[in-house]
Design a protein around this ligand. Structure first.
Ligand code: FES
Length: 133
């Protein structure tokens, strides 16, 4: 029997964290992240992606929010997402999972995961750059 929890699966390269506390602009009682998580779980079936809830990503001004966390690569924080973006979120997470550097390329990245939709990128634990000259 397969477990619903893919977090212990060593085949997972990217975890998509979705905020469960962001509120819908039009209806404060609605938390869009809950439906997004269900839709993402379906859309990521069979892929090296996990989908997990998180209470807040400190991106509340751009809600609804989600983040990509690569097992050894970069992390990314996104906002202004909707249920219409599910396929694009999966596309972006798969691009990150497939990238040898653990980097989410700009070229080919879905529109909702760039520009105003993107809040931050965070380097991996072992990232190193020399100081600029
Ligand atoms: S409540 Fe969703 S990012 Fe803070």
């Amino acid at each position: 029997m397969m477990s619903d929890d893919k977090s212990t699966n060593s085949d997972i390269d990217v975890t998509i964290f979705v905020c469960t506390n962001c509120r819908d602009e039009a209806d404060n009682a609605v938390r869009p992240g809950l439906a997004m998580i269900e839709a993402l779980k379906t859309a990521t079936a069979g892929k090296p992606l996990a989908v997990k809830p998180v209470t807040c990503l400190a991106n509340c001004e751009k809600s609804p929010s989600a983040a990509f966390n690569h097992r050894s690569g970069w992390s990314y924080l996104f906002g202004h997402l909707t249920l219409d973006n599910i396929d694009d979120i999966v596309t972006g997470a798969m691009m990150l999972a497939a990238d040898e550097r653990g980097f989410l390329p700009l070229r080919g990245r879905p529109t909702c995961l760039r520009g105003k939709g993107m809040t931050a990128r965070i380097p991996p634990f072992h990232h190193h750059e020399d100081m600029p000259q």
